[in-house]
Design a protein around this ligand. Structure first.
Ligand code: GRF
Length: 206
């Protein structure tokens, strides 16, 4: 399965995907890593594994739509077609319908909270500040709203007394690295079926 991975920062989720592919446990090929920041460490991770990279600076585009059109072009050029998937991994931009209509049903994201609780950029700290006893992470299909689309898989961690958002986030990140490659493998196997807004996991074929 061809994949494009979108990053803005450290790219540890990207690394988990790369590692799982190289271990032969994820039937995917990363065709391109796109970043909206030139200094994203995720780009270095990609280059270390000879994966093509593209830097598209959103500040250089007149509108969100113009930026998304260029992302669509870059991703298509890389060879990600209708059998492929776009995986957002710490990509700090909201995509527009221009993007979603092109890759409808094939754009996924990971969020460091149990959606629909605590969407947004401070999901870990928001969970701590609310005082919930369990948090976690969510892989979901992307729709027009931020951190909102149909849920594919979630994993939970207990919130520990006295822990801050960073500490909770570090433990959540460890789980992210397990469930994101898993969700992508299900996609590669064609096992995810949409029923309305529900994602149904079909049994593995023998
Ligand atoms: C992760 O917590 C992810 O859930 C969130 O941004 C963070 C990215 O981390 N969307 P990394 O760049 O993959 O290390």
């Amino acid at each position: 399965m061809p994949i494009a991975v979108l990053v803005s920062g450290g790219g540890s989720n990207l690394q988990s995907i790369i590692d799982r592919i190289e271990a032969g446990m994820l039937d995917a090929e990363i065709k391109v890593v796109v970043s909206n920041r030139a200094d994203a460490f995720g780009l270095t991770r990609a280059r270390n594994h000879n994966i093509p990279t593209r830097v598209l600076l959103h500040t250089e585009f007149p509108s969100r739509e113009a930026f998304d059109e260029e992302m669509v072009r870059a991703i298509r050029e890389s060879g990600v077609n209708e059998t492929g998937v776009v995986a957002m991994a710490g990509f700090m931009r909201i995509v527009t319908p221009v993007f979603l209509e092109t890759f409808r049903g094939r754009v996924v994201n990971i969020h460091p909270a149990l959606l629909p609780s605590f969407p947004g950029v401070h999901g870990q700290a928001d969970a701590v500040n609310y005082g919930v006893k369990i948090s976690g992470c969510t892989v979901h299909f992307v729709d027009e709203q931020m951190d909102h689309g149909p849920v594919i898989i979630q994993a939970a961690v207990p919130c520990l007394t006295g822990e801050d958002g960073d500490a909770l986030g570090a433990r959540i990140l460890g789980l992210e690295h397990r469930i994101y490659p898993q969700a992508l493998q299900w996609l590669a196997e064609g096992r995810l079926e949409m029923r309305g807004r529900f994602v149904h996991l079909k049994p593995a074929s023998r």
